[in-house]
Design a protein around this ligand. Sequence first.
Ligand SMILES: Nc1ncnc2c1ncn2[C@@H]1O[C@H](COP(=O)(O)OP(=O)(O)OP(=O)(O)O)[C@@H](O)[C@H]1O
Ligand SMILES: [Mg+2]
Length: 342
Amino acid sequence: MSFFSNLFRDIAIDLGTANTLIFIRGKGVVLNEPSIVARERNTGKIVAIGHEALLMHEKTHPGIITIRPLASGVIADYEATEELIKGLINKTKTQFSFGIRRMVIGIPSGITEVEKRAVRDSAEHVGAREVYLVTEPMAAAIGIGLDVKEPMGNMIVDIGGGTTEIAVISLGGIASGESLRVAGTDITNTIIRHFRKAYNLAIGERTAEDVKIKIATAYKPEKEMTMMVRGRNLVTALPEEREVNSATIREAIATPISQIITSIKKSLEVTKPELSADILDRGLFLAGGGALIKGLDKKINEETKLAVHISEDPLTAVARGTGEVLENLEKYRSVLLATKRY
Ligand SMILES: Nc1ncnc2c1ncn2[C@@H]1O[C@H](COP(=O)(O)OP(=O)(O)OP(=O)(O)O)[C@@H](O)[C@H]1O
Ligand SMILES: [Mg+2]
């Protein structure tokens, strides 16, 4: 590598609905921040990005708005997405550099041609000279360390914030799969609705997420859990605190959980027999933040009879996979997505 090529950086990005992770060649995953930007309402000026913007989320005054630019894993607000990518890349800058040479981005497998184009445009606008796209389930499989090019069926279920990506991977391609727009965010929203309906209590997104992370279960645990939750009573309009238990939360989130499991079963139904046999042998691999819902592995196992493996560090699997692709572009060229140029 010449002296000058060192001045360009190669980076890989997992541009997620909930979190964006950046991998830099030679360094690994260097940044993991919420996909959120805060902006001044009048001037449109960005005032915070990532962690700092999340702290402001739901606590803003009318002069500041917070935006999650990605919805269901795709770009809902182009301008804000670019600001997010640019801002987060800036946070990773440790030394002088000329810019970005290569950029590998993980995208949902169900993405349309127009959506793909939007991701590519954003990457080019922030200065990337070569942009490569890889589907998230493929990246997750690579990140988990599976050999995606062998003639063997591997089933990946990546439950993120906006999408659940289910894919059976063999010979470097996706043999069958589903991209379901039900994932962690829906589960959080279901918890918010449950508090309104059951207790007349309005709770914020961060509180609901906290409930989910601490006591949400997909399968009856050995010991049920409880926690205190604060919100605003919708009748008295006063702040209120109440205790909730894991059994009621499990019931409340049953619908999105069963939608995810139904999709897994649907994917299994359309899988070729030889690949099904491999999956029966190996089990399925869970990635994404949703893999951390307590008892989800047991619940999927009960319904599908397959062994279920929660990948190590599921929140970084896609980012690590995109990084592996970046560092071995030739090896993985066949798994990259082609995008049409207009
Ligand atoms: N310990 C946990 N238990 C349950 N859910 C969790 C836990 N940790 C994170 N999550 C959830 O995981 C989701 C984020 O996962 P992840 O970072 O994989 O999503 P993403 O990649 O940003 O989204 P997508 O892939 O859909 O674009 C959020 O909904 C978050 O609430
Ligand atoms: Mg993801």
